[in-house]
Design a protein around this ligand. Sequence first.
Ligand SMILES: Cc1ncc(COP(=O)(O)O)c(C=O)c1O
Length: 396
Amino acid sequence: MTQATQKVPVLGLKEQYQPIADELEASVLAVLRSGNYILGEHVKDLESEVAKLSNAQEAVGVANGTDALILALWALDIGPGDEVITSPFTFAATVEAIAIRGAKPVFVDIDPETFNINTKQIEAVITKKTKAILPVHLYGHPADMDPIMELAKTYKLFVIEDNAQAIAATYKGKTTGSFGDVGCISFYPTKNLGAAGDAGMVTANNKDVADRLRKLRAHGMWVRYYHDELGVNSRLDEIQAVILRTKLKYLSKWNDRRRQIAKLYETLLNNCPGITLPKTSADVTHVFHQYTIRVHNDKNSQTKGRDVLQTKLAEMGIGSMIYYPVPLHLQKAFSQYGYAQGDFPVTELVSDEVLSLPMYPELTDAQVKLVAESIKTILNAPATTPVVSQPVAGTV
Ligand SMILES: Cc1ncc(COP(=O)(O)O)c(C=O)c1O
């Protein structure tokens, strides 16, 4: 079954585009006609808007979220000989960026409820070489920032937030990306705020760091053709910026709808045996980039319960994804750091169990219900009393 013929595809990019097509197309056409294509007014305006949204002093547009991380580490002079503490349960880009800078990623296991770095285990791995802590706000749930900021203060470490999946989330009333020295955003098309291609941004709470980032993204230049230092080309273009500015107006409504869908999944799947539903910590606003359940494994079976559920859902026309099946400490690409199976038991267990269900604002209540009832049928759980579909205020 292709994505087009599925009853509930795992992603809904066309569904997001259609209701705002006229607005998006007009804005793109205006840029095309303007002849101004790179690092122009739309990039500047988007930087101001994202800085404001993130409660950060500055924001610097770059080519993608991976570059945001690499350039953030670079702007803080993190490189060979340095160690950066992070989670092994994230997208590879987080760790790639540390490795590409020549620094060493030092992993800490995760909390089984939030899937984020277990802050109680950070202090034990801090050494003289530690330069930064790099928490990831995975699936849109903010990492536990208070203890991280406390440790950073005590040991004089930088904090780099991987905010790729959590734009506009909050922790104790403060927006993600505004805690650390820098926050790194991805605007990959499937993100809560997605471009029509690659784009990224670094938020910063220090003008010097932001200015250094502006130089690094443009070949080390401040004045055209005068290269103060080595840099790269990681410019953001005007078409992506105008698309993001157009969509930014809807982000808050879209995130509300994501939370509404999460609540509906929770109501429908509450007592379903064999799975654990995601939890939201007190004092955070989750933006549900993903709605990720854990599927328990039967110790007597060779096959993972998660894989069986995913296959059967696919047969019923329902998409799902595994973010992420192999923890980063066990990936070949990072084998030089000497980690082994058993080093991070929670991460390893969770990687075998996670399954992300369809989660995007355009899902209808009926689709969410179909996903939940299909899971219950597969897992032999009793059906729920029908949920009355509510019209969704504010969804486009
Ligand atoms: C946690 C995390 N970090 C970094 C990235 C890298 O972003 P990009 O794909 O825009 O390079 C992503 C996105 O894919 C991500 O999910």
